[in-house]
Design a protein around this ligand. Structure first.
Ligand code: AMP
Ligand code: MG
Length: 318
């Protein structure tokens, strides 16, 4: 199907992706249509080897260091593009985002396809990313490409082992990198892989309408349920029965009992919470709660930057 320019939903270690041949502009255009994704939101290109990644972008030693340390895995590198990358993939930017996924099924697909695959999350633009095949199957983006076709274009790899998106890093120079989107690889992990003199910054989101986002994930509202969602540092004493209350961990004195109370990770470990977050947001959405109340992850948790980013954006007003 990929060779014929069709879309296939594939499991990654992060979330499910909607994949197309990244060298086929028409196939990539179909991704934007299915997701209702704005054309100025570039796609991540997935590769099966460093040689393939070398054909798509200009590499420097710092970028190579990061790839060697974290690939295959949930780190996306934004590098100067080569001209063979179709414009539609990069939204006309001079850079391209590349990642080598670790999920065994995705790896097999990449090897069989023999081409790099563009694959954003397999959901309608702005909604919560899918972490199970059933999420993809139920979603509008997938229905759109499936209409009239006997063979559903989805590979079921079970639950995604990480559950949140990759960390996106722009390698600005040999001395400086920017974390465009926090993700499954923490800032500390990245710092520990590079020389201490390299500057690691996090640019402010480019929100002005005339500014092209350097990372589409920078849009303030993203990963959002339909139900009103509120992020709080601490929950109030009185918690309404009309709202769903999502606690980070159980056992806090503030943790209330009841069927409208949920826990991201009983032990309070970030990895488990990451794996639960999108599934829970999807489960709670459409259950008729007045609001979904999310509790911030304590800042000393290694996953705090990433999980609080996703929860903040799930709760951002459109
Ligand atoms: P997703 O829809 O979750 O796969 O998100 C794809 C992400 O790739 C976006 O959120 C962007 O942050 C990122 N991206 C892709 N291409 C580029 C690029 N050339 N420069 C910066 N970020 C990019
Ligand atoms: Mg997405």
């Amino acid at each position: 199907m990929l060779a014929r320019g069709k879309l296939v939903a594939v499991p990654a270690e992060t979330v499910y992706g909607l994949a197309a041949d990244a060298t086929n502009p028409a196939a990539c255009a179909a991704i934007f249509t299915a997701k209702k994704r704005p054309a100025d939101d570039p796609l991540i290109v997935h590769v099966s080897s460093l040689a393939q990644a070398g054909q798509l972008a200009e590499w420097n030693p710092l970028a190579k260091t990061l790839a060697k340390r974290f690939w295959p895995g949930p780190l996306t590198l934004v590098l100067p593009r080569k001209s063979c990358v179709p414009n539609i993939v990069t939204s006309g930017l001079t850079t391209v985002a590349i990642r080598m996924p670790a999920h065994p099924l995705f790896k097999k697909v990449l090897q069989a396809a023999g081409v790099p695959l563009a694959a954003p999350s397999a959901n309608l633009f702005g909604y919560v990313s899918p972490t199970r095949a059933a999420h993809v199957l139920a979603g509008e983006a997938f229905k759109k490409i499936r209409t009239g076709r006997a063979n559903p274009a989805i590979l079921d790899g079970g639950e995604c082992p990480i559950g949140v998106e990759s960390t996106i890093v722009r390698v600005v120079s040999q001395r400086s990198i920017q974390i465009l989107r926090p993700g499954a690889i923490s800032r500390e992990q990245i710092k520990s892989a590079i020389a201490p003199g390299v500057r690691v910054t996090r640019p402010k989101p480019a929100r002005a309408a005339n500014v092209k986002p350097t990372a589409p994930g920078q849009l303030e509202r993203h990963y959002s349920p339909q139900t009103a969602t509120i992020l709080r540092r601490v929950f109030p004493k009185k918690m309404s029965a009309r709202d769903a209350w999502v606690h980070f961990r159980s056992g806090d004195t503030s943790t209330a009992q009841g069927e409208n109370h949920f826990v991201l990770s009983p032990q309070g470990d970030g990895e488990t919470a990451a794996k639960s977050l999108y599934r829970l947001l999807r489960d709670l959405d459409g259950r008729g709660y007045r609001a979904i109340q999310l509790q911030q992850v304590p800042s000393d948790n290694p996953w705090a930057e990433t999980l609080n980013d996703r929860m903040r954006r799930a709760a951002a007003k459109s």
